[in-house]
Each structure stands twice: as structure tokens, then as C-alpha cells.
Design a protein around this ligand. Sequence first.
Ligand code: SF4
Length: 334
Amino acid sequence: MQLQDSLGRPLRDLRISITDRCNFRCTYCMPRENFGPEHDFLAKEEILSYEEMASVVASLLPLGLAKVRITGGEPLLRRDLPVLIAMLRDLDSELDIALTTNAVLLERHAEALLKSGLNRITVSLDAVETDLFQAITDSKNTPEEIFKGIEKAQQIGLPVKVNCVIKKGVNDSQIVPLTQACIERNITVRFIEFMDVGTTNNWNLDSVMSGDEMRGVLRDHFGPLEPKKSAHPSDVARLWHLPDGSKVGFIESVSKPFCGDCSRARLSAHGSIYTCLFSEKGFDLRGVLRFGAEKEEIATIIREIWTHRENRYSELRTQLKEKRQPVEMSFIGG
Ligand code: SF4
């Protein structure tokens, strides 16, 4: 029977953060001043094994789980990721398995990921201008390296989308050139409003460029945009068509919250379930997993958590007065 939370929302999507480490230090997610050499990343024994992650997924399939998104940190940093994907594929031939990556290592791993049963990839890319790209990612890598990984994936038949977080006054200059670069490669780019995730990205409303403003920039350059109906109500991106028929998406958590259809749970690398991107605490599963809990027992625990879920932070954001300590996005995979 389909599991529903206190607002009638199913648990349809599970995001699994398989590592809290990353090879970038993106300023809006993992700023180096907070995630430097002294930062306490999870120790090996604290991190769930692939078998433990697969048993959580196995327990959720009978409750209506349809999609798994593998994230991080940067998931391609964790060894043998195709082993996990193959385990999940064995659990359910219809399961929609997606990966979110910064694609620095994608060219090397794309074939093994496809062979193991991965359905599709979302690449985070916030600039096509090298200096700006390196400033945002605080790395020495280049957009060309990212596009090489994207092209490799496309070549072997792995569908790719691009996500771009727009921070006003930082990379809004990239909206048009990134859209052009994606149109040339027949990729859908989704622009994300800068969000107050975690506690380290110095978020403020003035740095948010709304979806309406972004569409204005595109309209001025490409001409009128047409809204397109979403494939599924819980899809976070709202799609629009450019005059040439290309699709562009917008994830507008700040200006047009979408909590009403939010069917996403998150599993951190250290084995806690979070019921919202802006949660302040998670529910530990690692303890029961390491006590050898059967999938029915895990399902009972998650059912108890989910049926009491009432999160809708983005809808309440402007009304909340008390200081919050939400979990870091890099810890639960966005
Ligand atoms: S704010 Fe929380 S409840 Fe709302 S859409 Fe995001 S994750 Fe879902």
C-alpha cells in the first residue's frame, strides 16, 4: 500500500548521499572556509555499505518507492559505485535510478555506470566561463572537462540534464551562454534559485534571482517562452519551451515553493533519514541496520517517520522567525 505523510504526499523518491566528500568547494554548498582540511568528514566505518543502502531501498519498494537518486558530496569519488547501482537494479527492473554529479570523473566512469543499470544523469554546472567556473567551484577544473564527461555519457546513450544554481550578481551572466551550450548539445538545462540550504552559504534574499527574472533574461535574448506541462506533479523543475522548441527548466523553491507535491526523502551517507532538504535533524537507521534488522522492520520504522511528516519549509520560509540549524546540503545530497 502506498505510504503517505500527514499531508497526503507519497514517498516516491529517495535521494541517497553515498559520501559527504567532494572534489569541489562550491561557494553555495561547501565553502572551503567551512569544509577545509580541518573539517571532520565521516570516517569509513561511519558510512553505510552498499548492502545497507540497498536494504533500505528494498524496504521502501513495497511502500511505493519509484525513483532513487544517487548523490553526495560527489558520488563518483566513492569506489565501485556500479556495484550499488547493479544491486538496486536487481531489486527492481523498473526502478528509475538517476545520478547527480559534477562530472569531473564522468568520462572515466560513464560506461560502467550505464552497464550497471543507471537510467540517467544530472550534471551540476554553474558557469561556462572558465574563470567564473573556477571561482564558484573553488577548483582548477574547467567547463571543457565537464562537457567531455557529458559528451561521453551522451555518446553511449545515457540521458543527461544540467542543473545550474544562479546567484544574483555572481553567475546570472551565464544564463544565456549556458543555455546556448546546452541547446547545441540537445540537453535540457534547469536553473535553480539560490536557496538557504545548510548554515554556511551566507544566503540572503537579495542574492536570489527568481525564475521570473531568469525567464526575462532568456526572453530578451531568445524571444517568448511557452510553459510546458510537467511529466509528474512531484517533478521539481517547471519546464518552458524556447521559440526553437528547446526546453529550459526552473527550480523555484524560493519564489514558487513546491512542497505540496514533495515526495522526497533523503538518506545520508551515515544512515539517517531526512524528510526535508531543510531538516534540522534526521532519524538514524544505521543502528538497526547494523543490528541486522529485516526489511520489514526497516519499513515499519520508515513508515512511522513518514506518516508523521509535515515538512513544508519553503512555503513557511518567510514566516519562520527562530534561528534554524538545517543540515548541510552536501551531507544529504541536495
Ligand atoms: S522544502 Fe522540504 S518539503 Fe518543501 S519541497 Fe523542499 S524538501 Fe520538500
